[in-house]
Design a protein around this ligand. Structure first.
Ligand code: TYD
Length: 211
C-alpha cells in the first residue's frame, strides 16, 4: 500500500539530512521509496526553484512567490508523486504545501483560505498521510544555516517572519493532530533520526495492515 510522507520545519531544522537517512532505511526495509523535495522535484520544478532562490529577485511579491511554489508543486504532483503512489510506493518529500501555508500564509499574511483553494487546485487535494514537523527555536535554525554557508533570498527575511512561520506550523498541527508528528530538531542527528524512524515505521505498519 502506498504512502506519502512529508517533512516540514523551519529553516535549518536539518530536514534534508533527515529525509535522506530516512529514505535509506525505508528502502533497506524493502519498500519502494522515492525521496524528493520542494520547490523542485521535477525538471520544470527545478527551473522554477532557480527563479525563487535567485538572490537578485529581491522585489518578488509574496503572491508571486506563492504562485511559483504552487506551479512547481502541481508539476511535482502530476509528474512525480502521483505516479509513484499509484505504483504502490512510499514517497518522502522534503517540504510540501504546508511550507507554503507556513511561509507565504502565516509568515507573509496572505489570506489562508485563498492559499488553500489554490493549493487544492494545484494538487487535486493530494495530502500527505503523515507529516513530520522538525521543530526548533528560530534563532538556532538560522544560525545553523549561516554557519553552513547555505543562505538564500528567503532566509533574508526578518526574525519575526520566521517566528510567525514556526507558529503557523504549530497552528496547523493543532488543526489536524493525527496527521502530524512533532520531532525536537535541536537534538543530535542520530537521535532525531531514531524518533523519525519510530513514527514512520509505526505508520507504515498500520497502513500495511489495513484491509
Ligand atoms: P531549501 O533550500 O530547500 O532549504 P531548506 O533546507 O530550509 O528546506 O529552501 C527552501 C526555502 O523555501 C525555505 O526558506 C522555505 C521556503 N519555502 C517557502 O517559502 N514556501 C514553500 O512552499 C516551500 C516549498 C519552501
Amino acid at each position: 500500500m502506498s504512502s506519502f510522507i512529508a517533512l516540514e520545519g523551519p529553516d535549518g531544522s536539518g530536514k534534508s539530512t533527515q529525509a535522506k537517512l530516512l529514505a535509506e532505511e525505508v528502502g533497506a526495509r524493502g519498500y519502494d521509496v522515492l525521496l524528493t523535495r520542494e520547490p523542485g522535484g521535477s525538471p520544470i520544478g527545478d527551473q522554477i526553484r532557480q527563479i525563487l532562490f535567485t538572490l537578485n529577485n529581491k522585489s518578488m511579491h509574496p503572491k508571486t512567490e506563492f504562485l511559483l511554489f504552487s506551479a512547481s508543486r502541481a508539476q511535482h504532483v502530476y509528474e512525480v508523486i502521483r505516479p509513484y503512489l499509484d505504483k504502490g510506493g512510499v514517497v518522502i518529500s522534503d517540504r510540501y504545501f504546508h511550507s507554503s501555508l507556513a511561509y507565504q500564509g502565516y509568515g507573509h499574511d496572505l489570506d489562508l483560505d485563498t492559499l488553500k483553494q489554490i493549493t487544492s487546485f494545484a494538487t487535486s487535494d493530494l495530502l500527505p498521510d503523515l507529516i513530520l514537523l522538525l521543530d526548533l527555536p528560530v534563532e538556532e535554525g538560522l544560525n545553523r544555516r549561516k554557519s553552513e554557508g547555505k543562505w538564500n533570498r528567503l532566509d533574508d527575511y526578518q526574525l519575526e517572519f520566521h517566528q510567525k512561520v514556526r507558529q503557523g506550523y504549530h497552528a496547523m498541527v493543532d488543526e489536524d493532530p493525527d496527521r502530524w508528528a512533532i520531532v525536537d530538531a535541536s537534538q543530535p542527528v542520530e537521535r532525531i533520526q531514531m524518533e523519525i524512524r519510530k513514527v514512520v515505521f509505526r505508520h507504515l505498519a498500520s497502513v500495511q495492515t489495513l484491509p
